[in-house]
Design a protein around this ligand. Structure first.
Ligand code: PLP
Length: 301
């Protein structure tokens, strides 16, 4: 994988308060790949390709709307890698074409193995079986989080991000915030907005980051993937007011929570906040399909 040469803009979100809020547009890295997923895969794929340039084969795990699955499939196409997605939910077996994420992943050349939720929980067992069949394949965990991923996240930080007091990101499996925490400046505070109700996350992030400069804040509305009406309204208003598209699973929840915290004077006067727009926009198509079936307001895109 190459280092993208496009400059990543940092855009100010104008506020009435004496607080400066900016968004770093990692979503602009690639049309089909969430910005943080790009960097999480960077060292994973490059170190694998250094050893296995013949018939590279990447196997990974994810749910039906996974940004990580979308990212691996898109990279597979771009770099001519064979890819296999182990997908949670055997019921998708004969209707995956109706799912926009999986349809696009398939068009990008990904093969699928659909497993039951119970089988999916035991990823080690699946890995062991497949490793016997394809010993040279690279197995990347769900969401792409591992030590290579944490190292790759350093590219989201640069000389321009040093001047901020707070660095904010949405948190799913924890790799992104671990990287931001690990590579942040001494004086910077890192805030992670949890979109999953997972109490093991703090320890996991601390192990990967080895620093305690971060805090985790609940932003999950009850469970992973839940999309409330307030959430949709916030995303649509945000787009109307600031011209920036957010996604319903990660960045929309983070920004809504940051706005609430600013309103509640969580941040001291004069604070400079940088939130990473990690992307995830491919998830809007799948979300809108569900919302349409439920006769609800759609995310404007
Ligand atoms: C995966 C993802 C995250 C969370 O990253 P983790 O490293 O899993 O915590 C945040 N935002 C978007 C858009 C994502 O796709």
């Amino acid at each position: 994988m190459k280092t993208p040469t496009i400059p990543i803009p940092i855009t100010q979100i104008p506020l009435q308060k004496n607080i400066q809020l900016f968004l770093k547009r990692e979503d602009l890295i690639h049309a089909q790949i969430s910005g943080n997923k790009y960097w999480k895969l960077f060292y994973n794929i490059n170190s694998y390709l250094d050893q296995n340039s013949q018939n590279p084969f990447i196997i990974t795990f994810g749910g039906a709307f996974s940004n990580h699955i979308a990212a691996v499939a898109a990279l597979g196409k771009e770099y001519q890698l064979k890819t296999l997605g182990i997908i949670r939910g055997e019921e998708l077996q004969d209707k995956w074409q109706e799912n926009p994420t999986l349809k696009l992943a398939y068009q990008n050349g990904m093969d699928f193995l659909f497993v039951t939720r119970e089988e999916y929980r035991d990823k080690d067992a699946i890995t062991q079986i497949l490793q016997k069949e394809v010993p040279d394949a690279l197995f990347i965990p769900e969401g792409g989080t591992n030590e290579h991923a944490v190292e790759g996240i350093q590219f989201m930080l640069n000389s321009e991000t040093k001047r901020f007091d707070y660095l904010c990101t949405a948190v799913g499996t924890g790799g992104t915030i671990a990287g931001i925490s690990k590579f942040a400046e001494e004086n910077q505070k890192v805030l992670g907005f949890k979109v999953v109700d997972d109490h093991s996350l703090y320890n996991k992030v601390f192990e990967l980051s080895t620093k305690n400069n971060f805090e985790l804040i609940e932003a999950h509305d009850g469970k992973y993937g839940k999309i409330t009406d307030e959430n949709i309204r916030f995303i649509n208003d945000f787009k109307k007011n600031f011209g920036i598209q957010l996604d319903p699973i990660y960045t929309g929840k983070m920004m809504k929570k940051i706005f609430e915290m600013i309103e509640e004077d969580y941040f001291p006067k004069g604070s400079k906040i940088l939130a990473f727009h990690t992307g995830g926009l491919q998830g809007i198509f799948g979300a809108n399909e569900l919302l349409k079936k439920q006769n609800r307001e759609l995310i404007r895109f």
